[in-house]
Write a protein that binds this ligand. Structure first.
Ligand code: ADP
Ligand code: MG
Length: 207
């Protein structure tokens, strides 16, 4: 079981990770975008960090909704509304919860995927963050079905997420800025799929 305190700890770890990887994520966004993904997310998670003390004693749904709102209001670019609605919808799905088990977490992740698909009008194989998110969630569900422990479930999720991020090199983007470069984007890893993989790694490392 994971409580609100732990969720806040993970969110802080994500902020640290994004700050550490800010330049790398921005570099990935250079050939296929506008070189701002790391900068965008670092700004967003800095704002998240400032909001977290105000929700320390709140339920997990409220914590996640607050994160989403902070991201939407501070991150310019596509990733702000996308990650913002992912966290907000995850918060709505987990409203009132003070503890999460693996099923709750996966329900939240399902909602996050749906939120990004809806907001981005995107599906799998369009070279976006979804190409990390969708296989990661599928792998975690499979691991749960096979009776794996939480750590092994997150391990499987992270592996699938990074493989998915790697696979975006083989895809021609049809959504977002990367779609403007068309086939010239081949060989380049999607920054959003990469940032999602880092976020999931933080969840794994917290267990
Ligand atoms: P921008 O593209 O506006 O500069 P960012 O650089 O912060 O925004 O984020 C780019 C990332 O957002 C991409 O790498 C991709 O993963 C994701 N993305 C962009 N458009 C979409 C979309 N329509 N659906 C899903 N993800 C998207
Ligand atoms: Mg960009």
């Amino acid at each position: 079981m994971v409580d609100g305190k732990k969720v806040i700890e993970v969110l802080r770890a994500i902020g640290v990770k994004i700050e550490e990887q800010k330049e790398y994520l921005t570099e990935l966004d250079q050939p296929i975008g506008d070189s701002d993904h790391g900068i965008n997310l670092a700004r967003g998670f800095h704002a998240v960090g400032e909001k977290l003390p105000t929700v320390e004693d709140k339920d997990i749904g409220t914590i996640l909704k607050t994160v989403g709102m902070a991201l939407v209001s501070t991150v310019g670019g596509a990733s702000g509304p996308l990650y913002g609605s992912a966290y907000m919808k995850m918060g709505m799905a987990l409203a009132g919860k003070t503890e999460l088990d693996m099923n709750d977490f996966l329900k939240g992740m399902d909602t996050a995927v749906e939120a990004v698909m809806q907001r981005g009008k995107a599906v799998a194989e369009e070279a976006t963050m979804l190409d990390a998110m969708i296989p990661a969630v599928a792998a975690m569900k499979e691991a749960v079905a096979a009776g794996a422990e939480a750590k092994a479930v997150l391990d499987a999720g992270c592996k699938a997420s990074w493989a998915g991020a790697e696979h975006t090199k083989d895809l021609v983007a049809t959504k977002g800025r990367a779609s403007y470069v068309g086939e010239r984007g081949l060989g380049h890893q999607d920054p959003g799929a990469t940032s999602f993989s880092y976020m999931l790694e933080c969840v794994k490392d917290s267990l």
